[in-house]
Design a protein around this ligand. Structure first.
Ligand code: NAG
Ligand code: NAG
Ligand code: NAG
Ligand code: NAG
Ligand code: ZN
Length: 490
């Protein structure tokens, strides 16, 4: 496993060691690389999700706390969530960089025909590890790299995944207040240096719950949004009180947006197909249909032209851009309601005024994204990104090697405070840019290595003499990072 790379003030010294080790035999220095004054300089990152916070909510009411975060940080106007735009799939995409088909949490309600098990966010089935183990969430990767993680109620964070939990976590309990969650997170970041977490995730159920109940168009949502801004203010203030605000990189985002529904826009499946022919697996607006043995074609032909406000896909016909096909947990037929429409079996049962889950290219399905901290640029607005790009960005900030993923650091590198030495060559569209970056790194690393060894020889001697750190800031560090990670395996 790669070690957590020491950054900040330690960077120059560590780089120097890494470059000089092969030349001069000072291997004892290597063992001290992790300890000492550098530990507290490890990069810190807090990822906060306000469930169902649509990207444009901040334009509805004054949001002074969001504004102050953005003025000193970055904002992305449009974030494309992963399909389907539901809570569990997207929270897992944020911490894995994978589309739902690749991380395996394909819906809030699932059936796995291989396991012959059902998953529902309303039952304890979510605690069965097997559902989560097609991927490795970032909190575990940080731990395997020698760092520490904390989690407050993030979906999946209280589940044992590949035999591990976050170092610090709270058992899911919706009644625990936001303020309590924040206080625990701040404690974990402020712990003595060996116990302090490097990465934490924080989840809050609003404004999703109110959005479902009231509908996003309700004027009452203004009050809810203003309340979220106050919650953010509380967090910022607690971080400031603990001296963490300028040190911790804070990313505030969400899993999806929200759209207005109406009781006039209901599609009743019972009108078209008998319940005896299928099992209803996932709910509106993207309904997973498991036809009874041998009835697939019959169910499909009954539904395919049934209602103009519902698109019906056989699994193999699901459009490629959704990246929602290659998993046994995706049902043989899925029904996608058009925006604002609700699919039910009949009109009995709970009806909501707001929902999400629809086509991830719809603006209403897109969440907010703001970030602030030493890693980020200031007062910078970016037009768009994909939710899966967050994972390589977070790995970069934390200096851990990302696992294979569907995101691209290249797409979001402009959010970062430090530019690379020179611009990266544009990757061909078919090649994942992460791969590109790593394949270029050794070349640049070697080049920089030669230049820096010569340039720093004097500095090195001075270091050894004065036994103090030389706080060099250089724009070249980013490029040599992958090399350094190799060298610093611990
Ligand atoms: C799947 O599990 C159910 C009980 O949950 C059981 O009745 C059924 O026989 C199982 N099917 C198979 C194919 O094992
Ligand atoms: C959930 O949290 C509330 C508020 O802190 C507490 O009263 C309750 O006992 C907790 N429930 C469980 C199951 O821990
Ligand atoms: C609708 O479905 C429920 C079962 O889900 C059933 O109890 C009810 O009678 C149905 N209503 C109508 C009007 O068919
Ligand atoms: C997403 O990433 C995973 C892991 O590298 C890979 O297996 C999968 O093919 C990728 N999906 C797409 C659409 O590229
Ligand atoms: Zn959600």
């Amino acid at each position: 496993m790669p070690g957590v790379l020491l950054r900040g003030g330690c960077g120059p010294l560590v780089l120097l060691w890494a470059l000089l080790l092969p030349l001069v035999s000072l291997s004892h220095l290597h063992q001290h690389g992790r300890r000492g004054p550098c530990v507290t300089d490890r990069p810190k990152l807090l990822l906060l999700s306000f469930d169902g916070f649509r990207w444009d909510y901040i334009d509805r009411v004054p949001t002074p706390n969001f504004n102050s975060l953005m003025e000193k940080g970055v904002m992305v106007k449009q974030v494309e969530s992963a399909y389907i735009t539901k809570t569990f799939p997207n929270h897992y995409s944020l911490v894995t960089g994978l589309y739902a088909e690749s991380h395996g949490i394909v819906a809030n309600e699932m059936y796995d025909p291989v396991l012959n098990r059902s998953f529902s966010m309303e039952t304890d089935s979510i605690y069965e590890s097997q559902w989560w183990e097609e991927a490795v969430p970032l909190w575990l990767t940080v731990q395997k790299a020698g760092g520490r993680s904390g989690a407050a109620m993030w979906p999946g964070s209280d589940v044992k995944i590949h035999g591990m939990y976050p170092n610090e976590f709270l058992q899911y309990n919706a009644s625990v207040s936001f303020e309590t969650r924040v206080k625990r997170i701040v404690e974990w970041f402020s712990a003595p240096k060996e116990e302090a977490v490097d990465f934490a995730v924080l989840y809050w159920e609003e404004p999703d719950e109110s959005g479902h109940m009231l509908g996003p168009q309700s004027p009452l949502m203004d009050v809810v949004i203003a309340g979220i801004d106050e919650k953010l203010g509380f967090l910022m203030n607690e971080l400031k009180k603990a001296g963490l605000y300028e040190r911790v990189n804070l990313i505030v985002t969400s899993d999806h947006g929200m759209t207005q529904l109406s009781a006039d826009k209901i599609i009743e499946l019972d009108v078209y197909v008998s319940r005896d022919l299928y099992t209803w697996v996932d709910k509106s607006p993207v309904v997973g249909i498991l036809p009874k043995e041998g009835r697939l074609d019959e169910v499909y032909s009954l539904l395919v032209d049934a209602n103009p406000n519902m698109v019906v896909y056989k699994k193999e016909e699901i459009p490629a851009h959704f990246h929602y096909q290659h998993n046994v947990r995706i049902m043989p037929i899925i029904l996608e309601a058009k925006e604002g429409w609700t699919i039910m079996q009949n009109r009995t049962g709970p009806f909501m005024l707001g929902n999400h889950g629809y086509d991830n290219t719809l603006h209403s399905m897109q969440p907010l994204f703001v970030a602030h901290g030493p890693a980020f640029r200031q007062n910078y607005v970016k037009t768009s990104m994909s939710a899966v790009d967050l994972y390589p960005l977070m790995c970069h900030i934390l200096s851990v090697r990302p696992l294979p993923n569907n995101g691209s650091l290249f797409n979001v590198k402009d959010l970062l405070a430090e530019e690379p030495v020179r611009s990266m060559p544009s990757p061909p569209p078919s090649t994942p840019p992460m791969v590109k970056e790593y394949s270029y790194a050794p070349v640049w690393g070697s080049f920089l290595g030669v230049v820096l060894v010569l340039g720093f020889l004097g500095v090195y001697i001075r270091q050894m003499t004065l036994k103090q750190m030389y706080p060099l800031k250089h724009k070249g560090w980013e490029m040599s990072q992958p090399l350094l990670q190799e060298d610093l395996q611990l």
